[in-house]
Ligand binder design. Structure first.
Ligand SMILES: O=C(CO)[C@H](O)[C@H](O)COP(=O)(O)O
Length: 207
């Protein structure tokens, strides 16, 4: 299972600093949606330039204009770009077209999708490289939130998948047991007093 750090920060300087601390422990470096909205795609270019050996994930969360939005993110240096599972099939297909022309990949994010298993299978058939089973920051803040539903949906979908939303040291083992290909950790790393140590512990927890 790969480890992805989600950098939900707001400036390129902060993102470069965090990536510099944790890169050695992660496989994929994600530029979070708030970072891309605040700093633009220049953030993607800066991180790719600093870490050319890492897989760079631009969390665009594209909902429309799939081919155009994916194309500009790939041109900026992204290796993976996210499109929302709630978008139209043509949006996902357009983004996949852009990915193919750059020899890169699309990740379809199921945030807010009710029937995650069906949509995951459809998105995979449309050409997504993997499907993100995702509980967003707002969903995690709801009383009684539990990762278990996401994990069983991921397991049942029978497609390559990542899990995002509250992944930390106490949940990463369950994420791996569910068969995830990628575990995404944001706050558990960037919110830690020592992000490098937090990333290292997550890496070590992956068997
Ligand atoms: O994409 C996101 C929010 O939409 C986050 O980056 C992702 O959910 C990771 O979250 P966490 O901080 O809980 O690990």
């Amino acid at each position: 299972m790969k480890l992805q750090v989600a950098m939900d920060l707001l400036t390129i300087d902060d993102a470069l600093e965090l990536a510099g601390k944790v890169a050695e422990y992660v496989d994929i470096i994600e530029l979070g949606t708030p970072l891309i909205k605040a700093a633009g795609l220049a953030a993607v270019t800066a991180i790719k330039d600093a870490h050319p050996d890492k897989i760079i994930f631009a969390d665009m969360k594209t909902m429309d204009a799939g081919e155009l939005e994916a194309d500009i993110a790939f041109k900026a240096g992204a290796d993976l770009v996210s499109v929302l599972g709630s978008a139209d099939d043509t949006t996902i297909a357009g983004a996949v077209k852009a990915a193919k022309s750059h020899n890169k990949g699309i990740v379809v994010d199921l945030i807010g999708v009710v029937d995650k298993v069906s949509r995951a299978r459809q998105a995979h058939a449309l050409g997504a490289q993997f499907i993100e089973f995702h509980a967003g920051l707002d969903e995690q803040a709801q009383p009684g939130f539990d990762l278990k539903g996401l994990l069983s949906a991921g397991r049942n979908a029978l497609v390559p998948f990542s899990v995002a939303g509250g992944v930390n040291l106490s949940t990463i083992e369950a994420v791996q047991l569910a068969g995830a290909d990628v575990a995404v950790a944001g706050g558990a790393i960037y919110g830690a007093a020592d992000p490098a140590l937090a990333a290292k512990k997550l890496r070590v927890a992956i068997v």
